[in-house]
Design a protein around this ligand. Structure first.
Ligand code: MEV
Length: 390
């Protein structure tokens, strides 16, 4: 039956997934050219792209406002799509197309569903810019995440990676053998996931989508600044254990990133000093993680100190929140653990490093306490696989 269906539609169904991420060092600073260290978490976004027999395309988000919408492909603003010039198509957002989508097919979506609107915008933008000539495949795209949405764990990047993968496959712009490996970073999927992130976040560094696509743990430096840009796999991360705690305080990554940008304009000396200090932290973290001679105890002590130091700088940048400070103090006293905010801050999640000898009964006690305070703790493994396809 499946074979018959495929043959009839000239296309097949794709099931894609991509992980969220935790940034251990360097969030915000990475937007301004500092190296960040981030790893995939075992919470993911899943997407199912199913070909249709008519001329319509639809999206459904189980986790973003339970939103569904569908459009006749002929009604989309095709006149606003500037034909992609090879190599240029990845760089800037085509604002014309963004405006045409917001004023046309997305106009009816109420403000209460703004997260769904912006995710639909990213989806339609990729769908249209990736269409070549008259090829306008009809399909449904449905997503669901085990990640908390909007909590600093990269839910938007994992959605972006899923949408980019599914649309590239549906448009036959990539085939499975060409899909990325960490040694081949210049891939279609990551570039288009970055475009989607630009729509969702304004000025993303690219670290979130890179982790969503490649998985594992990465040292990531954004292109366009004085330091050598690129991605470097970080080994030795997989054996580390973390507790992630969602404060459940909603926040807006775009605004928080813009706020740090403004602070940089108003207080350049202060912010540049912090950026330098955070680069030193990530350099030191990479050094200790790569040191074959270091004892486990020294490694964990060094990382704990760097976590506290990095958090202090994020506080000065103005992106912490009382809920995150409360999580920090609960984990510090009496457990002696090091915690920092992770991602954009302003609420969202905190990450706590768990030493090897941290007793399971203490962890259970801590988790119970955090739940009692109305926080949402996750014990997660990090550094697992990136984007996947079925
Ligand atoms: C968001 O997960 C991390 C930030 O550094 C923004 C970015 O890197 O795009 C705050």
């Amino acid at each position: 039956l499946a074979v018959e269906k495929d043959a009839e539609l000239g296309a097949r169904e794709w099931f894609v997934s991509a992980p969220g991420k935790v940034i251990l060092f360097g969030e915000h600073a990475v937007v301004h050219g500092v190296t960040a260290i981030a790893a995939s978490v075992d919470l993911r976004c899943y997407g199912l792209a199913t070909p249709r027999r008519d001329h319509r395309v639809s999206v459904h988000f189980h986790d973003i406002e339970h939103f569904s919408c569908e459009w006749d492909t002929a009604s989309l603003p095709w006149n606003s799509v500037i034909p992609a010039v090879s190599g240029k198509e990845y760089q800037d957002l085509d604002q014309n197309l963004v405006d045409a989508l917001l004023q046309g097919p997305l106009r009816q979506i109420p403000d209460a569903q703004r997260h769904a609107r912006v995710a639909s915008l990213a989806f339609l933008y990729l769908y249209m810019t990736l269409s070549k000539g008259d090829k306008r495949p009809a399909f449904d795209f449905s997503t669901r995440a085990t990640l908390p949405v909007g909590a600093g764990l990269g839910s938007s990047a994992s959605f972006s990676a899923c949408a980019a993968t599914a649309i590239l496959l549906i448009h036959q712009r990539v085939s499975i053998p060409e899909l990325p490996t960490p040694s081949n970073p210049a891939t279609e999927v990551n570039r288009w996931a970055f475009i989607s992130e630009k729509i969702l976040h304004g000025n993303p560094s690219g670290v979130d989508n890179s982790v969503a696509v490649y998985g594992g743990a990465l040292g990531y430096t954004r292109p366009g600044f004085i330091r050598k840009s690129g991605m470097e796999p970080i080994l030795g991360f997989k054996s580390l254990k973390f507790l992630l705690t969602n404060s459940k305080v909603p926040r807006d990554t775009k605004k928080l990133v813009a706020g740090v940008g403004e602070k940089m304009t108003n207080e350049p000396e202060l912010v540049n000093g912090i950026l330098e200090a955070i680069q030193t932290i990530t350099d030191e973290a990479r050094r200790v993680l790569a040191d074959p001679e270091i004892t486990r105890e020294t490694l964990l002590q060094a990382l704990s100190a760097l976590i506290n130091e990095n958090h202090g700088h994020l506080v000065t940048l103005g992106v912490s929140h009382p809920s995150l400070e409360l999580i920090r103090s609960r984990t510090a006293d009496p457990y002696g653990l090091s915690t920092k905010l992770t991602g954009a801050g302003g609420g969202g999640c905190a990450v706590t490093l768990l030493p090897d000898d941290f007793k399971p009964e203490d962890l259970q006690k801590l988790v119970d306490e955090l739940i009692r305070e109305n926080f949402e703790p996750y014990i997660t493994s990090v550094g697992g696989s990136g984007m996947g396809i079925l």
